[in-house]
Design a protein. Structure first.
Length: 114
């Protein structure tokens, strides 16, 4: 399994960091009264938006990691979660890079697996 490269930043910025747990509830509407709910599954993923500041060299490393090591985001990798330590994650979409004067801001959408 691929591992988040040590040459990339290990902690994301707090600005731009968000977590959304997967909804594991199945809701069924009824003709009258409140809807019925039940648990759909027990193992829930969480979805993260994370932001890193990278050098242009780190941007190249991140692109190679995405394209080659995770096969375009199709393979899971070990990612250093800022609160819980190493977790298994997948890219939800390709990394987005925004250039600044001296560095690059990388926005990543990740799915942390249960």
């Amino acid at each position: 399994m691929a591992v988040w490269p040590a040459t990339l930043p290990q902690a994301p910025l707090t600005d731009g960091f968000s977590e959304v747990p997967q909804d594991g509830t199945l809701r069924t509407e009824t003709d009258i009264g409140p809807s019925k709910t039940r648990q759909r599954f027990t193992a829930l993923a969480s979805y993260y938006t994370v932001r890193y500041v990278m050098t242009t060299a780190q941007k190249s490393t991140c692109i190679t990691f995405y394209k080659t090591d995770t096969k375009g985001g199709s393979l899971a990798f070990t990612w250093p979660h800022p609160e819980t330590g190493n977790v298994q994650a997948r890219f939800l979409s390709p990394p987005k890079f925004t250039p600044r004067e001296t560095d690059v801001v990388a926005d990543l959408a990740l799915e942390v697996l249960p």
